[in-house]
Design a protein. Sequence first.
Length: 568
Amino acid sequence: MSGTKLSCDVVVIGGGATGVGVLRDAAMRGLSAILVERVDLGQGTTGRYHGLLHSGGRYVVSDPESATECAEENAILTRIHPDAVEATGGLFVAVAGDDESYPDRFLAGAEATGVPTSEITVAEALRREPRLNPQIFRAFEVHDGTVDGWRMVWGAADSARQYGAQVLTYHRVTGIEVRDGAVAAVICHGDKTGEDVTIDCRAVVNAAGPWAGKIAELAGEQDVEVVPGRGIMIAMNHRLVNRVVNRCVYPADGDILVPVHTVSIIGTTDARASDPDRLAIEPAEVQQMLDAGEQLIPGFRQARALHAWAGARPLLKDRRVSADDTRHMSRNMSVITHDVRGLVTVAGGKLTTYRLMAARTMDAVCQVLGENRPCRTADEAVATGSTYKVTHRLGEVEKAKKASHGLPDPDPVICECELVTKSMITDLLAAQPTATFDDLRRQLRIGMGPCQGGFCASRTAGIAHESGCWSAAQSTELLRLFLKNRWNGIYPILSGAQAREASLDEWIYQGTYSIDALPVTDLPAGAELVSATPYPSPGPNPAASTGDTQSTDSASGTSTANSSGEGK
Ligand SMILES: Cc1cc2nc3c(=O)[nH]c(=O)nc-3n(C[C@H](O)[C@H](O)[C@H](O)COP(=O)(O)OP(=O)(O)OC[C@H]3O[C@@H](n4cnc5c(N)ncnc54)[C@H](O)[C@@H]3O)c2cc1C
């Protein structure tokens, strides 16, 4: 076959948390490793999750093994990813009407599983989180935190590269060559380069999350039955709480509120999806999440819902429950050593346990290769940068303002919601000249705060053009793509205050800029690969309904959210 030829010990398929964790682990064990990801890193489930670094509390009754794993990994990740983890702490609260016997089982389970937990008074819980429902009758503090999945994945990938590993993004695996019963090579196609790449290897790790079944089939293995467990989440427009707040109940829908960066995220649901690339957001689920938020925080519905998105848990079929009951399927990790020698699949688990999953996977690979190479990923911090603080940008912006002595700011704030300055944008574009709007969004959080790009997106496009990175026509097309993707997450929650905001944005972009009428040009190769346009485009007046109930124009009443990431 023509195209590029590479070779290494281990090929890792999938650039989510699990795959990147395996890559780092393999490289730190001294093996040569190449990761292949069909889009960019962290664009699968890892870019569409709830943001919670589990303390283990959620699983102390339902899944004790997972609870202990989470507690141990929580401590390790906090240490090795200081710039991605915010150690917010967390509360479990029992609200009037909840099962009164559960809190005692919770406390006993925490004790048995080693999840650090202590009971605090209701008054103390309300002092710490004044917006909590005053009807709570018991409260416990735990070590929950939040974790920026992208920052974590990028940090682990950089660390792996320092140990000699390679990362091929925008490369889709199309085949696995098996010779004499063993994996021999992985074949992939570069969607940006148009080239085929063949990677000769001794082992293949299938870390393709909800797509893992399809990858196993490429090697002729039919025994990986992944059931995508779809969950939706909604970002609210500010930090309603500063700690993670969990309902103290057996795991259920909408029972966790997570403060992530500048917003709070309520979630989640759990229902079987037929295709992890097409995840629906039902209007009833949106209402269910808002109702659940209201039970934790009275007045929750008055806050503005910013953005909704969905992700698919890579659950392995659990024969103890019905094929559609993803809520009760095990969250445990599974490492499968296949009959095809050298092929190992890893699935299940949680983002919180990504490092442990990688360690167990590489133990299995080393066993297949007959080599004794111990795991070292817990010994060394991934990032040596500063510890994450939600207020870090405010401090920097205020310092710069003071230094300018009242003169026009040489480095103005472009995105007020996330305090992104002009130099942050130009520095990123200088370092990554092919960066798209979506790269700026994920790396700087442009468009992820309360205005959802309404004010900052056009300024950013202008700066990118001014800096010579994007032509005028390219800026317009990238801006249009960005707005379309934001719209995918806004449409399912379009009502009340958010409908008014969408109407204003529509007026700015259509009324003032006539963005649909401006000349455009081809997008840079690969820019559209992370996008989908399943919703009706905003018309002249997208906010036809400004009532208090969810509005949807789609014929089925069902929305699909496949936007390029979430609105955190
Ligand atoms: C709604 C929801 C909320 C969650 N909340 C939390 C939480 O708060 N805390 C927590 O710890 N966990 C949470 N999880 C679980 C966690 O998000 C997942 O366990 C984790 O992100 C899975 O990572 P992964 O790398 O296994 O899969 P993914 O991130 O999906 O990675 C798989 C990758 O494989 C790639 N791929 C697929 N096919 C190919 C191909 N042919 N060639 C190349 N690449 C391919 C995909 O593009 C993708 O990037 C949540 C999950 C969901 C769905």
